[in-house]
Design a protein around this ligand. Structure first.
Ligand code: SOE
Length: 405
């Protein structure tokens, strides 16, 4: 397709910190490397602090800065709203944007509570009827090795899933002198390690295996309850968990164990998952993100063992858009893949994944872990039913199919 035939869509992004920067490069590199039929234009960057937002806008070539997210959503030249703010603002911005007919990309976890996530999933379902798309940013799904793992499980290469061990280990809070941040306040972040990083481990498990978590027994802990305020004016109270450990059951019966902690000294961003099946196993660690470890029972015993697959071949997911084999990818590439996939889905009139319903499914697991942890780790069932609006849409579709017969 020549440049002249391409359509374009204006992006309005709310938030300019770590995720704002990650998403900014994602939109830019998706455009350059994936050459999408629907081209993103970096129209407006939203942030209450005009100077700080303006600085990121300058560096990443955003055309305008808006200090009120409502003005950003209302702009006629914005067709997609990208939400990179703390969790307490996700529901309000996302629902307003969907109701204004704007496609939405929302950072994870989808919301701070199940009730908010349900409202967002319902709004997404209503907007979907008008061709408006929504996606939640579980970016690690788009690491090539993770996408390959899902394909291998779906192809039956490791047989039936027997057990999953998933953990997300960071250590940035192990120093008690590390300052307070919004991530440590329940009313802003919803939960601590559980929602911030445990949410990724839950989503990856459900994504790679295709099996929802149906029940949990959890332990949450807060080791440091007061931390210095960043401006030196005193201390603030930590109101979220520093660590969450839980046992889970997956649909079909396989057990799974999860650990999410910011106190794993020496582990910086170790999102790890190992899946054992009847015919083999798969293992992934984000600190070695270009590799997937595969063990297959069918290999002759003389040479059988875990094989380290370097996931940089052109026939591996996403890789052909980048460099020759062995020229490794990094953290930022997932955000470009996310942007490229969302643009392709909008252009094709298809629903992107993970949907807000997928985000709600993760939120329900997080809530069940908190309920369990508050009640001496009592076994807690996770609601795996379709979101109310989705169930309504399914019933409508059934009626339409019936009527068409
Ligand atoms: C902070 O712990 C954080 O930035 C998470 O919020 C991200 O989702 C994760 O990718 C890296 O760690």
């Amino acid at each position: 397709m020549s440049g002249a035939e391409r359509r374009s869509i204006g992006i309005g992004m709310v938030g300019y910190a770590f995720m704002g920067m990650a998403h900014s490069q994602g939109w830019r590199n998706a455009r350059s490397f994936f050459d999408p039929a629907l081209t993103p234009r970096l129209v407006a960057l939203g942030g209450r602090d005009r100077v700080a937002a303006g600085e990121l806008a300058r560096r990443f070539d955003w055309q305008h800065v808006e200090t009120d997210w409502r003005a950003l959503v209302a702009r006629e030249d914005v067709g997609l709203v990208d939400i990179c703010t703390p969790g307490d603002t996700h529901a309000e911005i996302a629902i307003a944007a969907l109701e204004a007919g704007k496609h939405v990309l929302c950072e994870k976890p989808l919301a701070n509570s199940v009730a908010e996530a349900e409202a967002m999933a319902a709004a997404a379902e209503r907007a979907r009827a008008a061709g408006v798309r929504s996606m939640v940013g579980f970016t690690y799904r788009r690491v090539p090795a993770v996408a390959l793992a899902r394909k291998l499980v779906a192809e039956g290469r490791i047989g039936e899933v027997r057990q999953v061990r998933a953990e997300y280990l960071q250590d940035w809070l192990s120093d008690p002198a590390s300052p307070m941040s919004w991530r440590l306040e329940k009313n802003r972040a919803g939960s601590g390690a559980l929602g911030d990083i445990g949410a990724h481990a839950v989503d990856l498990t459900q994504f790679i295996t295709g099996l929802p978590v149906t029940g949990v027994s959890g332990l949450t802990d807060t080791f440091v309850t007061e931390r210095p305020l960043a401006d030196g004016s005193g201390t603030g109270r930590v109101t979220v968990d520093d660590s969450a450990v839980f046992l889970a059951r997956l649909a079909g019966g396989a057990p799974a164990t999860f650990t999410a902690t910011r106190f794993a000294s020496g582990r910086k961003n170790a999102l790890r998952i190992e899946i054992s099946g009847t015919e083999g196993s798969l293992a992934f660690d984000f600190e070695d993100m270009n590799a997937l470890h595969l063990y297959e029972e069918s290999t002759p015993s003389r040479t059988r063992g875990f094989t380290r697959v370097l996931v940089t071949e052109p026939d591996h997911p996403y890789v052909s858009a980048w460099w020759p084999p062995g020229h490794l990818l990094g953290y930022e590439h997932g955000f470009s893949h996310q942007a490229a996939d969302l643009l392709a889905a909008i252009d094709a009139g298809e629903d992107p994944a993970p949907s807000f319903a997928d985000g709600l499914a993760v939120q329900r697991v997080l809530a069940a872990v908190e309920t369990s942890a508050a009640a001496d780790s009592v076994w807690t069932t996770v609601d795996t039913s379709a979101p109310a609006a989705a169930a309504g849409a399914e019933a409508r579709a059934d009626r339409e199919r019936e009527a068409a017969r």
